[in-house]
Design a protein around this ligand. Structure first.
Ligand SMILES: [Zn+2]
Length: 146
């Protein structure tokens, strides 16, 4: 951390404190060149943590969701603007339930949105997501549109 007073390259941490939730750390720093003291805050940039089916936790990846939805649309026309809008809506919806979500609840939310948006994309996403084991499941889903 560069000293904001004299621009010295290295400053020393003299105190570190977590906030009550542990989501940020406040550090008191001291510059060895000019003896100035200042405060910095360190905060995680992870907005959303996804709990996968196997129990692993990973950072939510916006691009991954976008790619999944884009491939559900396949060769069909969807503008980049519309695709991004859809991903944004889904992301906002998913975040409402908290900072940590199950990958399944993301999948369900995507399905809800695709169902309203485009039935072919919905069915394609559903078939990948639910890993349909037999034809009857697929027919059951398809029947909902009739
Ligand atoms: Zn300094």
């Amino acid at each position: 951390m560069v000293c904001p007073f004299c621009n010295a390259e290295d400053t020393a941490v003299i105190d570190s404190r977590r906030n009550s939730e542990g989501s940020s750390i406040r550090r008191r720093r001291k510059c060895p060149s000019c003896d100035s003291r200042f405060t910095t805050y360190e905060k995680s940039e992870i907005e959303l943590i996804v709990k996968k089916r196997n129990g692993n936790l990973e950072e939510f990846q916006y691009e991954k969701l976008q790619k999944g939805i884009e491939s559900a649309f396949g060769g069909q026309e969807i503008s980049e603007k519309k695709l991004k809008g859809l991903v944004d809506e889904i992301f906002i919806e998913v975040k409402k339930s908290g900072k940590k979500v199950n990958s399944d609840s993301i999948g369900e939310t995507v399905l809800e949105y695709l169902k309203k948006e485009n039935e072919v994309a919905y069915l394609r996403f559903a078939s990948v997501y639910k890993e349909f084991s037999n034809v009857s499941d697929f027919e059951k889903e398809a029947a909902e549109f009739n």
